[in-house]
Ligand binder design. Structure first.
Ligand SMILES: Nc1ncnc2c1ncn2[C@@H]1O[C@H](COP(=O)(O)OP(=O)(O)OP(=O)(O)O)[C@@H](O)[C@H]1O
Ligand SMILES: [Mg+2]
Length: 256
């Protein structure tokens, strides 16, 4: 049964006089993994931050699980939304375990429950708890730090997780590993809705069950990767796909 959990209805966003999103409407269903693909400045981060209330729309309506976002307590809303960004911002003076437990601590979970959750999450992101829980962030590779970022975002078991180009700074192989990891984690957790922003078409097509392609704040196409590849909706999308054809090796690498 499909249930619409993120709904944009004629959403507009202007910063001062600059309209970056003129009129955006789309719906995401519970349990989907949607990637948002677009070039720099196309409005991806702005769209993501409107979902968790960090940015307010200038006009239009956003509904989360049926409720208009302006009616929701934003602190509570954000607690329901994990957030993973490129500059993960792990606290350098805290261990891996303490970093993952920041929000549970804030919510005053008892220590036993916290320890259990940290162990569970480290296993989920495939870092052996006994080897990693007491390390400090500077004792981890970039890819491992991102895994901790993902674990931290999942700490309170939120129904939504938003990713804003989390793997942009990683080398191609580490990046591929983490993409597989995100896919696996999404499959292993029932009913979690993931929104994943990227400017990398390979990443978008590999990860997304549906891909929302943005250009200058507007949707060029919002469809499954198969549909996009078979029937690009606009010339812009066709040109984008052209860049994949030039990159056959990588494409093969992703899909073999
Ligand atoms: N706080 C702000 N004040 C003014 N303009 C802003 C602000 N935030 C974003 N913009 C502008 O809005 C447009 C969209 O920005 P956004 O960050 O959403 O792009 P993006 O698609 O995430 O790009 P990138 O891939 O570079 O991260 C850009 O032109 C940007 O300059
Ligand atoms: Mg951005």
């Amino acid at each position: 049964m499909t249930k619409a959990v993120i709904q944009f209805e004629h959403v507009k966003k202007a910063f001062g006089n600059e309209v970056v999103i003129p009129d955006l409407s789309f719906t995401v269903n519970q349990g989907e993994l949607v990637t948002i693909l677009g070039s720099s400045g196309s409005g991806k981060t702005t769209t993501l931050k409107m979902i968790n209330g960090l940015i307010k729309p200038s006009a239009g309506t956003i509904r989360i699980d049926g409720q208009t976002i302006t009616d929701l307590d934003l602190v509570k809303l954000r607690r329901h939304m994990g957030y993973v960004v490129q500059q993960i911002g792990l606290f350098p003076h805290m261990t891996v375990g303490q970093n993952i437990a920041v929000v549970p601590q804030m919510l005053k979970w008892d220590q036993e429950r916290i320890d259990q959750r940290v162990t569970e999450l480290l296993n989920l992101v495939q870092l052996a708890p006994k080897d990693y829980v007491d390390r400090y962030p500077q004792q981890l590779s970039g890819g491992q730090q991102q895994r901790i970022g993902v674990a931290r975002a999942l700490a309170t078991n939120p129904p939504y997780v938003l990713f804003d180009e989390p793997f942009g700074a990683l080398d191609a192989l580490t990046r591929l590993e983490l993409q597989k990891e995100v896919k696996r984690i999404h499959e292993s957790l029932a009913d979690k809705t993931f929104m994943f922003v990227t400017h990398d078409i390979n990443e978008a097509l590999f990860l997304g069950q549906r891909v929302l392609i943005m250009h200058e704040g507007q949707i060029e196409q919002f469809a499954t990767p198969e549909e996009i590849v078979a029937h690009p909706a606009t010339e812009f999308v066709a040109d984008l796909l052209g860049t994949v054809q030039q990159n056959q090796n990588l494409w093969g690498h992703y899909h073999d």
